[in-house]
Unconditional design. Structure first.
Length: 744
């Protein structure tokens, strides 16, 4: 159990090295499980540095489930699987979904009309979370011998998408017919095979004498139960993790899995509390934020890296001002020889990147968005752009000009992307027919829709006419039409209102926050259009921007600021971290169901920086997590301690002495002076005597008890005033101390 930046993975690495070096276990009898492929590869690289550790089995948790599936298949227990199921594993989920949608339409399922607007990634993520936590679509799909297991549950669809449950049921039916296994089934089916068949479980158990898991706080139910079965005969079972950094509740991770581990297995706990990464500012903010969570093991980050660096929390009136402030701070850091690659912007979700990206684009600051497209290329934004492209081509045909082959292809692509966004009762076949009519006749789609609607039933007729009217209206923004002199911002804002597009996005996802974030990205895109001329000039500028950004990405030697979500930043660190939009409704997210996870997100973000931390919010108030942490007082105290620590004790003022003797104790960082400061002996004694004199004066004034000085702190300063200085601790020595304990 450890805090952020405590070196948990490094401790695990050396623990494994010691197990092999002392022959407690043979290397090939040790199983190390990691949560993903990147973590597994990192552990293999680490272990390669230790003699005899190359044969340690390092696998992902999905691979562990897959090994159970393979064993069952080899025993002839999974007859339904296609002979090529392993080769098709990577793309299986998308292939099955495509076949499922086709089957739903052929059966004329009651929800078939919803499928053209289906967000495939959202549905697959929703279903992945269900499978990882042993949720089945119905009782018939549960293996008979597991029906009464307390571990299994039945899927409950999202409130706004009740048909997701029906689609999940059909998906599983189609998958079984196709004989495929998806990545999610590596866990679900793997757990089934281990639970049902001793002939699958026993050989896997017999292979290993020791099971070790890194980042155990991330495991879902299926993974935890698979690990339990593999480790059960010997229970030589060790895990590392940080309950304060459990961030993946949406896919089934819960801090309770780690918190209950010791009780479940009678395990001994080794707390790692020394933070080897952060300076005092971020460290104290993180401590004060996370202490408000109830589901956690009480602990604090202990300071090892001193009071240097710069920590700021700043408020701004608008997102544009906030983005400009980030640019100013980056430019100042660059003037101090800091590189772009030393900097990271961490966001609650991708909806928070547009103001930052816009500021970077204006200032020509190179950046990359890890795990996502730039905001102007995201699907939710591209839908609005495709409305505009289609309207432009409509205006060209209305003027009697024929479309070129390239424009014809663009017409088809744009129409395919917009006819069901927002959802309309236009089938795939009908949409294709309308496109052919428009292209054959070289007639604007707006006109074709209105003409074709006359033969439709009333509800569909109304939808087709409304779409036709929108396209005819939007075509007026081109070729000297009635909207050609209006700003792109005004036209796009009215387009969003006519379509109800942002509102639609916010309610169409199984993972509710996804829809809300997409709607927010659209609103930021509309703001981006302000002051950028007409719609036609804005779209031309967007095309030039895309080309410029593509060229910049191809310049491999050009450093860039990374923008990534807080979730994906865990385990990483940078000299400088920026956290924008740290305000109510963002942190915590206004749709968040688990406030404690939102606090864990902020805790994780605050503990990524090695030197400087900048937190920004939109006024009037920052995140309630910062407010309840009394961040103003913390930053004030950090400044006082940094000022004192930068001086020799002989130059301390009375305020400096108070900062070392009282504030450092109250903030829990006095151990830094005991364990990590390398003062010369005479300087150390002088500092200790100043502190002791401060305590004596407080005692004479009757206020010493109010200081709350713990006995070990008082004892340290007394001994420092009279005894030779011990050698300061180093990170390696700290690790060795813990490793000696782990080896007992």
């Amino acid at each position: 159990m450890g805090v952020a930046g405590a070196g948990k993975t490094t401790a695990l690495e050396y623990r494994i090295g010691r197990l092999v070096r002392t022959s407690l276990f043979e290397a090939n009898r040790i199983l190390v499980a990691a949560c993903d492929a990147a973590a597994a590869a990192d552990m293999r690289r680490r272990l390669a540095r230790h003699s005899g550790c190359r044969e340690v089995a390092v696998v992902t948790l999905h691979a562990l489930g897959l090994s159970a599936v393979q064993a069952a298949y080899d025993q002839g227990r999974l007859h339904h699987l296609n002979p090529n199921w392993r080769k098709r594993l990577n793309g299986a989920s998308r292939a099955v979904l495509a076949a499922t949608l086709t089957e739903a339409r052929s059966r004329q399922a009651t929800y078939a009309g919803e499928l053209d607007a289906l967000d495939a990634a959202d549905f697959l993520a929703w279903m992945s979370a269900l499978k990882g936590n042993l949720y089945y679509p119905d009782e018939e799909s549960i293996p008979p011998d597991l029906v009464h297991s307390e571990l299994v549950s039945l899927a409950v669809p999202p409130d706004d998408l009740p048909w997701y449950a029906d689609l999940y049921r059909l998906y599983e039916e189609v998958r079984l017919d196709m004989g495929l296994l998806t990545a999610d089934d590596q866990l679900l089916t793997g757990w089934e095979m281990l639970s049902l068949h001793g002939s699958v479980l026993r050989p896997l158990q017999a292979r290993f004498d020791c099971v070790i898991v890194d980042d155990f706080q991330d495991v879902n139910l299926a993974q935890a139960e698979i690990l339990d079965m593999v480790a059960h005969p010997h229970l030589n079972y060790m895990v590392t993790g940080s309950d304060d950094q459990t961030l993946y509740a949406w896919r089934g991770a819960r801090p309770d899995v780690l918190l209950d581990f010791a009780q479940r297995y009678g395990a001994r706990q080794y707390p790692l509390t020394e933070c080897l990464r952060c300076r005092a500012g971020p460290l104290l903010l993180a401590n004060a934020v996370i202490e408000h969570n109830r589901r956690r093991t009480p602990k604090t980050l202990h300071l090892t890296r001193g009071f240097g660096g710069h920590t700021e929390i700043l408020g701004f009136r608008t997102p544009r001002e906030m983005g400009a402030a980030i640019v100013d701070d980056i430019q100042q850091l660059r003037a101090g020889a800091m590189s772009y690659s030393d900097m990271a912007v961490l966001v609650r979700g991708f909806a928070q990147t547009p103001p930052v990206e816009q500021a970077f684009i204006a200032a020509d600051i190179p950046y990359v968005v890890a795990g996502a497209e730039p905001f102007y290329k995201r699907p939710e934004v591209q839908t609005l752009v495709d409305y505009c492209r289609l309207a432009y081509l409509d205006s060209q045909m209305a003027a009697g000009e024929f479309l070129s082959p390239a424009q014809t292809d663009q017409f088809r692509r744009s129409w395919e992307r917009i006819y069901a966004q927002p959802r309309r009762d236009i089938s795939t076949e009908a949409a294709a027919s309308l496109a052919e009519t428009a292209l054959v006749q070289q007639a604007p789609m707006g006109r074709v829709l209105i003409a074709a609607s006359a033969s439709e039933e009333p509800a569909r007729q109304e939808e087709m006419q409304a779409l036709g009217v929108v396209l005819r209206w939007l075509a007026g923004a081109f070729r000297n039409g009635p909207l050609s002199n209006r700003s792109a911002h005004d036209v796009l804002r009215e387009l969003d209102e006519r379509l109800g597009y942002a509102v639609y996005l916010a309610t169409r996802h199984g993972l509710t926050a996804t829809g809300s974030d997409q709607a927010e990205t659209v609103r930021h895109f509309l703001d981006f259009a302000a002051g950028r001329g007409s719609l036609r000039s804005f779209l031309a500028g967007m095309q030039r921007l895309d080309q410029t950004r593509a060229q910049a990405r191809q310049q491999a030697d050009r450093q860039a600021v990374v923008i990534r979500t807080i979730e994906t930043a865990r385990g990483l660190e940078w000299p400088v971290v920026f956290i924008p939009s740290c305000e109510p409704d963002v942190l915590p997210h206004h749709l968040a169901g688990d406030i404690e996870e939102e606090r864990r997100l902020l805790y994780t973000a605050l503990t990524r920086s090695r030197q400087h931390l900048f937190v920004y919010y939109l006024r009037p108030t920052p995140s309630p997590f910062l407010t309840e942490a009394n961040f103003v007082d913390i930053l004030h105290d950090v400044t006082a301690m940094r000022t004192a620590a930068a001086k020799l004790p002989i130059a301390w003022t009375s305020e400096d002495v108070a900062a070392i003797a009282a504030t450092a104790v109250r903030r829990g960082v006095w151990t830094y002076f005991r364990d990590w400061v390398s003062w010369p002996e005479d300087v150390r004694r002088h500092a200790a005597r100043r502190v002791i004199a401060y305590y004596k004066a407080a005692d004479q004034a009757g206020s010493y008890r109010d200081l709350g000085i713990p006995p070990d702190a008082l004892q340290f300063w007394i001994e420092a005033a009279t005894s030779p200085a011990p050698e300061p601790r180093k990170p390696g020595r700290s690790f060795n101390r813990w490793l000696r304990k782990l080896g007992r």
